[in-house]
Design a protein around this ligand. Structure first.
Ligand SMILES: NC(=O)c1ccc[n+]([C@@H]2O[C@H](COP(=O)([O-])OP(=O)(O)OC[C@H]3O[C@@H](n4cnc5c(N)ncnc54)[C@H](OP(=O)(O)O)[C@@H]3O)[C@@H](O)[C@H]2O)c1
Length: 313
């Protein structure tokens, strides 16, 4: 009963703004007059859906894009679809494996500065699965990998003042108050893929604030969500939802639009989550508001998890 009421409230409030109609109302048609020439970008989860559209959109506007994905065939197909030769460079990596992510961060850092880091990769894992490193797949992919990539690039001198970090959260986080135990999701018996996903997405907002609080001389960070976009991810993880909303789901270009716009516009940082080139509230419902130390707690949690993995044995 409580769950059904929550769903009614959620869909009543968001069905229109998150749909393609919402995009058309606030933005119109996707299309951005921006020049990213000379810029070096990273897009994670670039082989499909929104990440693919971001990578192609950035390359079309002149950026050289390092496309992170685990499927080499899809990476090659992406590079072939780019506006010019060498504009999209495949970087094969399993983003749920922290040692691989750390290695890629070192290799990219050796090539110099990164202008835009797009933390796009995200998965909803209904089945509880551990990675080869013993982490829950969703936690590793959606949050810890972002932290490890970010930290590795900072340590390697690739993320610097003037670099932009953009994280792809989800409107699903509106239904979740941050819960550190749920966030760790280490327990198969209590695993609920949707709840865990909402926690990761809420935690991305907290991490963004943490990164922006790191002080002068650091990159700036923004967090956004794409609305509801018809992608393979939605097809496989939310088939019922897709069936219901199929006619009003956004195209991948519409989901990518705000990411490209943020990279071009770089509005003032601060509270809020971006959708359709507008800063929206982080808390649509009062019960999700946490304490001021949320961001520090999330940062401490992921840092601890990353350090534990890096320790030998
Ligand atoms: N679509 C929506 O309506 C929606 C709404 C809110 C938020 N979002 C967020 O937007 C982002 C993109 O979503 P999407 O719908 O475009 O997802 P998608 O269609 O599932 O695409 C995700 C991409 O990430 C790749 N990927 C997944 N796990 C990986 C791993 N461990 N290592 C390397 N690559 C990996 C996938 O590659 P494979 O082919 O190898 O699996 C795929 O190319 C996610 O963060 C998602 O949470 C989406």
């Amino acid at each position: 009963m409580k769950k059904a009421l929550g769903a009614m409230l959620f869909y009543g409030r968001f069905a229109l703004p998150f749909s393609r109609i919402g995009f058309r109302r606030r933005v119109g048609a996707p299309g951005l007059d921006a020049d990213f020439s000379g810029q070096r970008w990273i897009v994670s989860g670039a082989t499909g859906g929104i990440g693919r559209a971001i990578a192609l959109g950035a390359a079309l506007r002149g950026a050289t894009v390092l496309a992170l994905g685990r499927d080499v065939k899809k990476l090659d197909a992406l590079a072939a679809d780019a506006a010019g030769p060498g504009k999209i460079q495949p970087v094969p990596v399993d983003l749920s494996l922290m040692r691989e992510v750390a290695r890629v961060a070192r290799e990219i850092s050796a090539g110099g500065k990164v202008d835009v880091l797009m933390h796009n990769v995200g998965v909803m894992c209904h089945d509880f699965r551990r990675t080869g490193e013993g982490l829950e797949q969703g936690f590793a992919t959606n949050l810890l990998g972002h932290w490890v990539l970010d930290a590795g690039l900072r340590a390697g001198g690739a993320l610097v003042a003037g670099s932009a970090i953009i994280s792809m959260s989800s409107g699903g986080m509106y239904g979740a108050a941050l819960d550190l135990d749920a966030l760790k999701a280490g327990d198969a018996a209590h695993h609920d893929g949707f709840t865990a996903y909402a926690q990761h997405k809420r935690a991305q907002v907290a991490l963004t604030h943490h990164w922006n609080a790191m002080g002068a001389g650091q990159p700036r960070a923004w967090v956004m969500h794409p609305g509801w976009v018809d992608t393979d991810g939605v097809r496989s993880s939310l088939p019922g939802f897709r069936k219901l909303f199929r006619t009003v789901l956004r195209g991948a270009d519409e989901g990518a639009d705000t990411a490209l716009w943020l990279a071009a516009t770089r509005p003032p940082t601060g509270e809020g989550i971006w959708l359709d080139r507008h800063r929206d509230t982080e808390h649509a419902f009062g019960f999700t508001r946490g304490g001021a130390d949320d961001r520090a707690l999330v940062a401490a949690l992921v840092e601890q998890a990353a350090v534990a993995l890096a320790e030998p044995g």
